[in-house]
Design a protein around this ligand. Sequence first.
Ligand code: CTP
Ligand code: CA
Length: 225
Amino acid sequence: LARGAEEPDLEGRHVVVSAGGTREPLDPVRFLGNRSSGKQGYALARTAAARGARVTLVAANTALPDPAGVDVVPVGTAVELREAVLRAAADADAVVMAAAVADFRPAAYAAGKIKKKDDQEPEPIVLVRNPDILAELSAHRARPGQVVVGFAAETDDVLANGRAKLKRKGCDFLVVNEVGESKTFGAEENEAVVLGADGGETPVPHGPKEELAETVWDLVAERLG
Ligand code: CTP
Ligand code: CA
């Protein structure tokens, strides 16, 4: 049984959750995007609000109803998501990066629609790196003791990849999902392991995204003390 619903253990806390997937525009009608639905981030926002937190939900291109009592900040690109998250994080007790942030964006934006030309192959799309928001949040905590949580979808040696990523990012917890066919993207359910910077490992059995969200908040609430 999740502790959440009955116990307002996040009362007086401000938490920031990012959700969805960023879109990086190429021209006025096209973008590079990803398949993140935002459901896990919305589940995190709902459950935190139910546990008494003030919640800022930075939502990248989601098509989900605003959770009741949650401050929703819509964004499009990774650069916009970074700005919104950093602004909200300034007075936050915890930040959870559930959004799928595009690693790269087109180096150039065409103000007019890119047209095809007869007898000519298309120009290659040149990409540049986006800022790593989770690494930045972790390295420059807006307040002492702020808890920073990341998400990672991995294949192959999921735990080893997760451990390495947790260290690289410098966050307190990394929620590691195994991805494969039909797993995770757009699904109602999730299965994961939450890795802690202290070496902790909390398995979350296959179940609704709310269950995983409650486990994340259990760990965050415990860390906040
Ligand atoms: N993330 C971020 N900024 C980025 C990329 C990712 O804040 N530019 C965050 C995601 O929101 C997620 C975590 O970092 O919480 C891990 O994302 P992931 O894509 O798994 O990490 P990467 O470092 O981009 O590694 P990979 O090369 O495996 O994509
Ligand atoms: Ca990535």
